[in-house]
Ligand binder design. Structure first.
Ligand code: BG6
Length: 510
């Protein structure tokens, strides 16, 4: 690997949940694996009352608690903590940035960072504008002008619709060029997702099949058994369409659907992805109820635990119309995918946690064994399981030994865990390393972000303007509203991924 340049990493919102659970533990893992620069400083910034010492103590506890590889190596951790600092400032106060500049400049000299600064905005997005404006006012955005690089990392939620996406990009671009901006989508840091690109490139036999001639439909699932935990305020304002589809699942889909790049370079891959987004067939307002099914979980008992309905979750409006489940059907209007339905389903409080992309291939044109070959087994599937139990499996029909031609569906599977000692880095580890190295391949470019929001905004508007579009209740522990089946063709089913945990589905409309 190339030499990684020394740098100062400035984390805004350093006392928050993200820094505690993900950023500091991931930076530590990188350090422990010898992947951090030879010299670096991590400067936590925030309103909370810490100094270097007390922030290190907090980091010490959190790294031990949230590190993926436990127990952590004590010696490594002690050394890592020496590179952590804290500056208490109110990020809303413009004057405080002089103090911040001084601190960053001192650390820059101390670790010989040559002006290489990485800003991570782990704060609520409503202060992104203040932070970028003030960094700009202090000249802390000056990039590659003989004083090193300056990069800025933005965390979701980045925006809520197309207008806010455009406004955010315009604000950021006042002070940072697009090549300085790293928009994090932690799904893109998942190994299983990166493997889709690698699989396509490494296995030439599949590419001829990767199109409308052989593929019947593509099914993407991101199911979660957890609810909204303590994120009532955030989730109620966003819902599954914004939280998962716009932010993670459309970018994931683009990796699957793009043309293979001519070079393995960030700009080339990003150019291929944007072509997919630009080819999405818009879902018109009058088609929203036909192409999108939304749901919200109702009270039920899951594995012996009583689960409260979404509307009874803390900090959620009692008559909330926010969707905790969403299934949709859409098309990509290009030569490769014309006419192939893409189905996405995602939701909270479903029976299990699974993220996968499944290709359903076209059926045999002339099936001789239909009598013994039930329809649900009657397609070949190639499944990319992104989590858990990452792997790939291919499903095909095979004759069962015995007299007669009894065809059964069987799997050829590859599970990463079978390789043995393979370590799956936390997505943040990979993504932070990429920011430090300046590799933007796994980050969402401004145009892609806007294109995703351009696609989902008409759905948001249709729901807002048309209260008759149904919000279906589904029991926690079920696979969501049965109405989602209507998105498929007759005889098709959503992939069977696990048993429902509840009996009988209440399809009360909310
Ligand atoms: C986050 C969403 O971005 O992704 C959460 O805000 C969701 O609602 C999470 O639970 C899912 O990520 P993962 O990595 O657990 O699949």
């Amino acid at each position: 690997m190339e030499k990684i340049e020394n740098c100062v990493i400035v984390i805004f919102g350093a006392s928050g949940d993200l820094a505690k659970r993900k950023l500091l533990p991931s930076l530590f893992e990188l350090y422990h694996k010898n992947l951090m620069p030879f010299k670096f400083a991590i400067l936590g910034v925030g309103r909370s009352d810490y100094d270097d010492e007390s922030f290190r103590e907090k980091a010490n506890i959190n790294v031990k608690l949230f590190s993926k590889n436990k127990p952590v190596n004590q010696k490594s951790l002690r050394d890592f903590l020496k590179s952590i600092y804290y500056e208490e400032i109110d990020p809303n106060n413009a004057e405080a940035y002089e103090q911040l500049k001084k601190r960053i400049t001192d650390l820059n000299e101390f670790v010989d960072a040559k002006g290489n600064y990485l800003y991570y905005l782990a704060t609520p997005p409503n202060i992104y504008d203040v932070i970028t404006t003030n960094l700009g006012a202090q000249g802390l955005n000056k990039h590659n002008d003989g004083e090193g690089w300056k990069r800025i990392v933005l965390e979701k939620p980045l925006c809520s619709d197309l207008n806010s996406a455009r406004a955010l990009n315009a604000q950021i671009h006042k002070f940072f060029n697009e090549d300085q901006v790293y928009r994090i989508d932690h799904f893109l840091g998942k190994e299983g997702l990166q493997n889709i690109i690698a699989f396509r490139i490494a296995n030439a036999i599949f590419e001829p099949l990767w199109n409308r001639n052989y593929i019947q439909r593509v099914e993407i699932t991101a199911a979660e058994n957890i609810g909204i935990e303590d994120r009532g305020v955030y989730y109620d304002a966003n819902g599954a369409l914004r939280d998962m589809v716009a932010t993670h699942l459309l970018p994931l889909m683009s990796v699957f659907a793009m043309e293979l790049p001519s070079k393995f370079e960030a700009s080339v891959i990003r150019n291929e992805k944007i072509k997919v987004f630009h080819s999405l067939v818009p879902i018109l307002s009058e088609n929203v109820s036909k192409q999108v099914v939304r749901g919200q979980y109702l009270e039920a008992t899951m594995r012996g635990d009583k689960i409260v309905s979404y509307r009874k979750e803390k900090k959620v409006e009692k008559d909330s119309k926010t969707e905790t489940y969403l299934a949709m059907k859409f098309f990509i209007d290009n030569w490769r995918w014309g006419g192939v339905p893409f189905h996405i389903r995602t939701g909270k409080r479903l029976p299990t946690k699974i993220t996968e992309v499944a290709i359903h291939f076209k059926k045999s044109p002339h099936s001789l064994f239909t009598r013994d070959f039930p329809t649900r087994y009657n397609d070949n599937q190639l499944v990319f399981r992104i989590q858990p139990d990452d792997g790939i499996w291919f499903k095909f029909g095979m004759k069962m030994p015995s007299a007669g031609f009894n065809i059964k569906s069987v799997n050829v599977d590859f599970h990463y865990k079978d390789i043995g000692e393979v370590e799956f880095p936390e997505p943040f580890e990979q993504l932070l390393l990429d920011c430090i190295r300046g590799d933007a391949m796994l980050f969402t470019r401004a145009d892609a972000m806007e294109a995703c929001w351009a696609f989902v905004t008409p759905i948001i508007q249709a729901w807002k303007e048309n209260p008759d579009i149904k919000l279906h209740g589904y029991l926690a522990g079920s696979w969501g509203p049965k109405e989602a089946t209507a998105l498929l063709e007759p005889g098709e089913e959503w992939r069977y991924l696990s048993k429902e945990l509840v009996n009988g589905v209440d399809s009360t409309d909310l």
